[in-house]
Design a binder for this molecule. Structure first.
Ligand code: TYD
Length: 136
C-alpha cells in the first residue's frame, strides 16, 4: 500500500482588488493526473462525510468556501487538518483513512481525484484498512 504522506499544497493565488483568483492547471499543481472532480455541499450541521480509504485513488481536497476538518489516519497515527482557505489543498494519497467533519454553514468541499468513481477502490471497513496497512 502507498507510503506517501498527506501534505498541504499551496495553490497559485492572484491577488486583485477586484477579487482574488486561484487556479489548478493539469497536473502542475496536483501530484497526479486529474480524472474526476466532485464537490460536497449543503452539509447539515454536525454531519460527517467520508469515513473510508482508497486502494489507488489520489485526492486533493480544497475548502473552496467555508471550512471543515479532514481527519487523516495512516494506520499508525491520526491527524486533523483544518481547511479554511481556497488556495490550499490537502493532498491525500491512497491508503489513508479519511473523514470530513465540522463543516461550517455553506462550506463547499471540492475534491480532485486521480480516478473515476469505482466502488471497488473503496476500503469502507476500518479493520480491513488497518490489516491492509499493517501488512505493508
Ligand atoms: P462516497 O464517496 O461514498 O461519499 P461518503 O464517503 O462521503 O459517504 O459517495 C457517496 C455516493 O455517491 C456513492 O455511494 C456513490 C456516489 N458517488 C458517485 O457516483 N460518484 C462519485 O464521484 C462519488 C465521489 C460518489
Amino acid at each position: 500500500m502507498n507510503k506517501e504522506t498527506c501534505r498541504i499544497i499551496s495553490l497559485p493565488k492572484i491577488v486583485d482588488p477586484r477579487g482574488n483568483l486561484t487556479f489548478i492547471e493539469g497536473d502542475a499543481h496536483a501530484p497526479f493526473e486529474i480524472r474526476r472532480t466532485y464537490w460536497i455541499y449543503d452539509v447539515p450541521g454536525g454531519e460527517k462525510r467520508g469515513g473510508h480509504a482508497y486502494r489507488t485513488n489520489h485526492e486533493l481536497i480544497i475548502a473552496v468556501s467555508g471550512s471543515f476538518d479532514v481527519v487523516i489516519d495512516d494506520g499508525a497515527a491520526r491527524r486533523t487538518h483544518s481547511l479554511n482557505r481556497s488556495y490550499y489543498g490537502l493532498y491525500v494519497p491512497p491508503g489513508h483513512w479519511r473523514e470530513l467533519v465540522n463543516f461550517s454553514t455553506n462550506a463547499l468541499c471540492l475534491v480532485l481525484a486521480s480516478g473515476e468513481y469505482d466502488e471497488a477502490d473503496y476500503i469502507r471497513n476500518y479493520e480491513s484498512f488497518h490489516t491492509l496497512r499493517a501488512g505493508t
